[in-house]
Write a protein that binds this ligand. Structure first.
Ligand code: AMP
Ligand code: ZN
Length: 464
């Protein structure tokens, strides 16, 4: 398996610490709001990585955290806690906010056929672990106490900028939303391990600590949870590219200072999904959630396919036109497969299975080339093979692609509501002699794989 490693800035052969076993850590969601589809792109990439490793024979142990405390509105140590802001926005407690959006997150990931990591842990459940680590970092003088907060001293870290490859001035520009500098820091890049004092006092989640009542910084939670469940040596750590600095940079600094040796060998980052304005946002413009796509009639798995068509290390621009094209491609694909299933003839050609399976694996083993893996699927469909051979291969490929290629299509309630609503609007348009609008509605449904038929009994539809 070849993977691009942000640490070395090159594609490397992947070799885990223990033969055939992979320890993988993926940063989880900050549960202060719904995930946007950009966030979900990163979880699709991580899902494909985990499933590929499984597919080629590794036993993967994957851990993910749920950030329910400590993530501030800026990735540097300024700004309010995101959870607190979420609670104020909705007039709820942070615990209620965390529960609600954690549930919503897993509803989204389920719809995208993203497998739940084996171990999922809430940041707020591991306070003792963070206290243990911070205590040691203070003892070894990698950390210091200033005006009530505990800071990590980046000048004591071994090559602090090795992950990002950039210097402090370049990096701090992007990381700081609030330019006021914390006068207690020895170096401006130092970061908080434990807060007892902040500009924002109304923090709900607080715990006793040797340094006073307070709460952990965001970065320490991932280090703490990873060490607790995966031990001192980690094979792969993932996240989106925005996590490279400061989050993962700080994780490396504090964890390696704590352990006294190198911690994780492979750092893999997914590029961003952008909208037409550039950066995806939860507050400005259209808040692109999976539910919004569903309310517009899109199948969540079409979004998964939309992501798989491009490489995880390339920026991807979201567009409804792209989703429409992918819907057509997805429906065509399902139809072709349905026809094969309806005519299951011939023997399974084992040689062809091995050949195409290797081609599929080679694509994925080449730094997760999912678009090439999809091409292999189309090659199988085109080739002169028995239907049973084709179905056998599709079944295998879908273990990684997870596009429900062999499931019989049944329409979910939301899609049904959407179609019925569109038919009603179209009939109204026709009654008002607004034929242009009626045609537009028909075409919009067609672009989503729904064909309308006007019969004597009324309007019916067919999923094509
Ligand atoms: P958060 O819930 O903000 O902690 O982010 C969850 C995950 O989504 C992290 O791994 C981020 O790096 C990733 N992420 C944030 N924005 C985007 C985006 N526009 N596209 C892809 N991934 C993103
Ligand atoms: Zn993290």
């Amino acid at each position: 398996m070849k993977l691009y490693n942000t640490l070395s800035k090159q594609i490397e052969e992947f070799t885990p610490f223990e033969e055939n076993k992979v320890k993988m850590y993926t940063c989880g969601p900050t549960v202060y709001h719904f995930a946007h589809i950009g966030n979900l792109r990163t979880y699709i990439f991580e899902d494909v990585l985990e499933k590929t490793l499984n597919y080629i024979g590794y036993d993967v142990k994957r851990v993910m955290n749920i950030t329910d405390v400590g993530h501030l509105t800026s990735d540097a140590d300024t700004g309010e806690d995101k959870m607190l802001k979420g609670a104020q926005r909705e007039n709820k407690t942070v615990y209620e906010i965390a529960d609600f959006y954690t549930k919503a997150f897993f509803e989204d990931t389920d719809k995208l056929n993203i497998k739940k990591p084996a171990i999922i842990q809430k940041a707020s459940d591991h306070i003792e672990q963070y206290i243990k680590m911070i205590t040691k970092l203070l003892e070894t003088e990698h950390a210091y106490l200033a005006n009530g907060n505990v800071y990590f001293d980046v000048s004591k870290a071994n090559d602090y900028y090795k992950l990002s490859g950039k210097d402090n001035d370049e990096l701090m520009v992007g990381a700081r939303e609030d330019v006021s500098e914390d006068q207690n820091k020895k170096n401006q890049a130092d970061f908080v391990l434990w807060f007892t004092v902040s500009k924002f006092e109304k923090q709900d989640m607080q715990w006793d600590s040797p340094w006073g009542r307070g709460y952990p910084g965001w970065h320490i939670e991932c280090s703490g949870i990873s060490l607790e469940y995966l031990g001192e040596y980690l094979d792969i750590h993932c996240g989106g590219v925005d996590n490279i600095f400061p989050h993962h940079t700080n994780e490396i600094a504090q964890t390696e200072a704590y352990l006294g040796h190198k911690w994780c060998n492979y750092w893999c980052h997914g590029e961003h999904l952008n909208d037409n304005t550039g950066k995806m946002s939860k507050s400005k413009g259209e808040f692109l959630t999976l539910s919004l796509l569903e309310s517009k009639g899109y199948n969540p798995l079409v979004y998964r396919l939309f992501c798989l068509q491009s490489h995880y290390r390339k920026q991807l621009v979201f567009s409804y036109e792209g989703m429409d094209n992918t819907t057509t491609a997805y429906n065509k694909l399902l139809n072709r497969i349905k026809n094969l299933k309806n005519d299951l003839t011939g023997e399974v050609d084992e040689e062809a299975v091995i050949k195409y399976d290797n081609q599929f694996k080679e694509a994925l083993k080449n730094d997760l080339n999912t678009s090439l893996a999809l091409t292999t699927l189309y090659d199988v469909l085109k080739d002169d093979l028995s239907n049973t051979t084709k179905i056998a291969l599709i079944e295998k490929f879908d273990q990684v692609l997870s596009l429900d290629l062999l499931k019989d299509k049944d329409i979910d309630d939301e899609l049904l509501d959407y179609i019925n609503d569109m038919i009603k609007q179209r009939n109204e348009a026709k009654n008002n002699k607004n034929y242009a609008l009626a045609d537009q509605i028909r075409d919009e449904l067609l672009s989503k794989g729904v064909m309308i038929k006007d019969t004597k009994e009324g309007t019916t539809f067919e999923i094509i």
